[in-house]
Ligand binder design. Structure first.
Ligand SMILES: C[S@@+](CC[C@H](N)C(=O)[O-])C[C@H]1O[C@@H](n2cnc3c(N)ncnc32)[C@H](O)[C@@H]1O
Length: 304
């Protein structure tokens, strides 16, 4: 089956990145190429997009979508934390903008065999990059009860973390936990019915926690936020779209620290100026058209 990913906050990102001909942008989370496509259109005839993505399936989709732009786009299968090395190898000192559109693409979420979905039955995989050497099943079946609880609490902000961890251990002592629906059932059973949220599945936070842990999402985000601004030209901008509070908090706090400057940074003042004092969120119309956009928050900072 073919799934399409609808890019979020496209117009807002284009305005904040000030897309113009002749400029060079990095789309560090290329996905199906939705944002990159729009950047390429707006920077015609000579703007360049360097696309970074670590999921093999997404790269195949992006290549199809972006093929008409020929040499104006270069795509790399890399972790975005390796962007500094990548640009060095390309002999590019700095770029005009960097986009990070975090979270999952619909291509990943809606394919049950990738193991991200709460709906279909699938293996507990959850690797965005198929080269990662362990899966969610490995974590679920091998972390200690305390490590499970910490993961659920720190990466999922799950208030039932300890009880869920205990139930996972009890279940896997009987038989290894291998599928998404088995994990979902365990969580549903543990959380008392009256505490099941109305709008989202009761296992959403558990799935989020294991996904974040499998893909080292918070560590990767922290690293690119710390190094990314150095890759921008003066006046160049970084836009980050996040989908949950752990990410958004990290973006907000790192931007603030970079703006303040201080002992960590050379020279007086900060290294960036925050452009979005409050996060930009999707319009009512976009939320209706694309429900996945509902939790999106966009923040932007400019290198000074
Ligand atoms: C929300 S999707 C991006 C969708 C894209 N903006 C579009 O319009 O089609 C996020 C993508 O980032 C990728 N990704 C997440 N972390 C990454 C990392 N550390 N390095 C490279 N790609 C990453 C995921 O595999 C996923 O395809």
């Amino acid at each position: 089956m073919n799934f399409q990913h609808i890019p979020v906050l496209v117009e807002e990102v284009m305005v904040l990145l000030r897309c113009e001909p002749g400029k060079t942008y990095v789309d560090a989370t290329l996905g199906g190429g939705g944002h990159a496509l729009e950047i390429l259109k707006r920077t015609a005839p000579d703007g360049i997009v360097i696309g970074v993505e670590w999921d093999e399936d997404a790269i195949i989709e992006a290549k199809k979508v972006l093929m008409p732009f020929g040499e104006r786009v270069e795509i790399f299968r890399e972790n975005f934390i390796d962007l500094p090395d990548l640009l060095r190898t390309m002999k590019i000192e700095s770029v005009d903008g960097i986009l990070l559109d975090l979270g999952l693409s619909s291509l990943q979420l809606e394919k049950a065999e990738r193991g991200f979905s709460l709906k279909g039955e699938g293996p507990l995989d959850m690797r965005m990059d198929q080269r990662i050497t362990y899966t969610a099943a490995d974590l679920v079946n091998h972390l200690s009860q305390k490590e499970l609880a910490d993961t659920l609490f720190e990466c999922g902000e799950e208030r039932w973390a300890r009880r869920i961890a205990k139930a996972i251990v009890r279940e896997r002592d009987r038989v290894p936990i291998r599928t998404t629906q088995t994990l979902r059932r365990i969580v549903h059973h543990v959380i008392p019915r009256r505490f099941h949220p109305r709008r989202i599945d009761a296992a959403t936070k558990t799935f989020q926690a294991f996904r974040i842990r499998v893909n080292s999402e918070l560590e990767n985000l922290r690293e690119i936020l710390e190094t990314g601004w150095r890759l921008l030209k003066k006046g160049g901008r970084m836009c980050v779209i996040s989908f949950h509070s752990l990410e958004d908090r990290m973006v907000k706090e790192t931007f603030k620290r970079l703006e303040r400057g201080g002992a960590d940074f050379p020279g007086p003042g900060g290294m960036v100026c925050i452009i979005t004092k409050k996060p930009v969120t999707p319009s009512e119309e976009e939320r209706r058209r694309n429900p996945r956009s509902r939790s999106a928050k966009l923040r932007c900072a400019e290198r000074v």
